[in-house]
Design a protein around this ligand. Structure first.
Ligand code: FAD
Ligand code: SF4
Length: 482
């Protein structure tokens, strides 16, 4: 008898599209842009997976989600089980499914992407997490019995939340200390509602508190409580620092202190965390410009520009000193901003701001640039074209050129090694130069991504566990990077 040959699977070349709000409608509201997959769409997309013997997609995921495993469960219509599969290693799937740069991570590795579009892993991750939450199917996993050890986490962003989630199930008592009045870090105060609804962030955080993680809000560590006190007075066995890189950078050009010029951090925090976008229900003041210039080309710049549009600004410009190819924002964000009517003024760099008689910004002088040779980052360096300048009339400027480490906590700690930018020096497992103190996320790497911060939280959690199960008195020798 001859063995029957398995029929060759027909490859669907493109991703199943995800329905979304019309650009002309959504530019006037703060509701989420994509609607997400239906169950039928999710199954159709999961069926594109080739079930590779060596699933290289997993190599692109910093938290090592079993991607083919959860896709297989989607194919079988087992959506809640698929969500639980993702949650085995990723405590924030509804967030990652929305904001992770999958195109440069798991989807960049997917073999289907060699010839066609990769499997839409991010959209499917979002689908299963939403399905589980919306159908009230979230289950709280079992935990190991209390082991008598406690860990303090400073900062309630993705790094701290992930670490807390991993340690709580291992039997640790975990408390997160957060400076703001709401948990979530950038997920709550930075990324706008139309990209990441805040009730989804709140529910993912709630999953962790239901697991037993305690969150102390309005606690600025380094000011209200010192790190030393966390050990000596509160008796914690280990401290993890995940305070992010929320200190805004400025340009240092003439007129930058005029009224109407904001850092993106302040602008987005006022809109997201202090709900200025819900005016008049909330009375947080925020300048509504008619001609808005957003300086920078990353995700933060796209978020600020799209927020300004939604707050009623007539003309919104992204002013960026390189060309479109070098824009650091995710392609999807650039595409969405363009569709909504944000105008890109490329190869332009601000030289000075001019104000009116009330001290409010009214004009920005720009230098026209061209691209030169690649710099250390591998991107072509912007070079001024001599004598070519131009003006833009503007009544609101938002500076979105990156964040730095806030020195408040790090300066309050003796013996904590910092690099020249003020970021904490930590080894691959997050160990710092201070005994029993770990760090991870943007405070170590500088501004990066949600999933990288989560990956750092995971590694530090594993290392804290191995250190404390060894008694916590072991040798403290962070491995230096070569
Ligand atoms: P954070 O998220 O910054 O959280 C740190 C927390 O620590 C904050 O809540 C802060 O209030 C708290 N804190 C600070 N100091 C203290 C203190 N002394 N005591 C107590 N608490 C303290 N990444 C993506 O992957 N995709 C995106 O689409 C994306 N978009 C972004 C859009 C914006 C507007 C911004 C600003 C960033 C974006 N990022 C994006 C980057 C991403 O959000 C960050 O890399 C990530 O949040 C870093 O996580 P973290 O845990 O290190 O720090
Ligand atoms: Fe499926 Fe792509 Fe992963 Fe292969 S690499 S298992 S096709 S998602």
């Amino acid at each position: 008898m001859t063995a029957e040959k398995k029929p060759k699977k027909k490859v669907v070349k493109t991703k199943t599209p995800m329905p979304e709000q019309d650009p002309q409608v959504r530019r006037h509201n703060f509701e989420e842009v994509p609607f997400g997959y239906t169950p039928a769409m999710a199954i159709q997309e999961a069926e594109r997976c080739l079930e590779c013997k060596k699933p290289v997609c997993i190599d692109g995921c910093p938290v090592i989600v079993d991607i083919p495993g959860f896709l297989q469960l989607i194919k079988q219509g087992e959506f809640a089980a698929a969500a639980r599969k993702v949650k085995e290693t990723n405590t924030l799937p509804a967030i990652c499914g929305r904001v992770c740069p999958q195109e440069s991570q798991c989807e960049a590795k997917c073999v289907l992407g060699n010839k066609f579009e990769p499997v839409a892993i991010g959209r499917l991750e979002r689908f299963v997490a939403d399905y589980e939450r919306d159908n009230d199917l979230i289950e709280i996993p079992g935990k190991r019995p209390p082991n008598g050890k406690s860990v303090a986490v400073v900062g309630c962003g993705p790094a701290g939340l992930t670490l807390a989630g991993d340690l709580i199930v291992l039997g640790y008592e975990v408390t997160i200390f957060e400076a703001f009045h709401k948990p979530g870090g950038v997920l709550m105060y930075g990324i706008p509602e139309f990209r990441l609804p805040k009730d989804i962030v709140a529910k993912e955080v709630n999953y962790l508190t239901r697991l037993g993680v305690k969150i102390e809000l309005n606690q600025v560590i380094g000011k209200s409580i010192a790190v030393e006190e966390l050990f000596e007075d509160f008796g914690y066995d280990a401290v993890f620092i995940g305070v992010g890189a929320g200190l805004p950078s400025f340009l240092g050009v003439e007129g930058e202190s005029l009224g109407g010029i904001y850092s993106a951090n302040e602008y987005l925090t006022r809109s997201n965390l202090m709900k200025a976008y819900l005016f008049p229900n909330y009375d947080t003041p925020l300048v509504h410009g008619n001609s808005v210039c957003v300086l920078g080309g990353g995700n933060v710049a796209m978020d600020a520009a799209r927020t300004a549009l939604r707050l009623g600004s007539e003309n919104v410009y992204i002013v960026y000193r390189r060309s479109r190819t070098e824009l650091p924002a995710r392609l999807e964000e650039i595409h969405h901003a363009e569709e909504e009517g944000v105008v890109f003024k490329l190869l332009a760099s601000p030289l000075a701001f001019e104000g009116d008689e009330r001290g409010m910004v009214k004009r920005m002088k720009c230098q026209q640039m061209k691209l030169g040779e690649p710099d250390a980052s591998g991107r072509r360096r912007p070079v001024p074209i001599e004598g070519e300048t131009f003006d833009i009339d503007t009544d609101l400027v938002i500076i979105a050129i990156g964040g730095q480490a806030n020195p408040l906590l790090t300066r309050s700690m003796a013996g904590l090694e910092l690099n020249k930018w003020g970021n904490i020096v930590a080894d691959a497992n997050g160990r710092t130069s201070r005994k029993a103190v770990w760090a991870g996320g943007d405070i170590v790497t500088g501004s990066a991504t949600v999933i990288e911060a989560m990956g750092a939280g995971k590694k530090a959690a594993a290392d804290i566990h191995s250190y404390l199960t060894g008694g916590g008195n072991g040798e403290w020798s962070p491995k230096k990077e070569e």
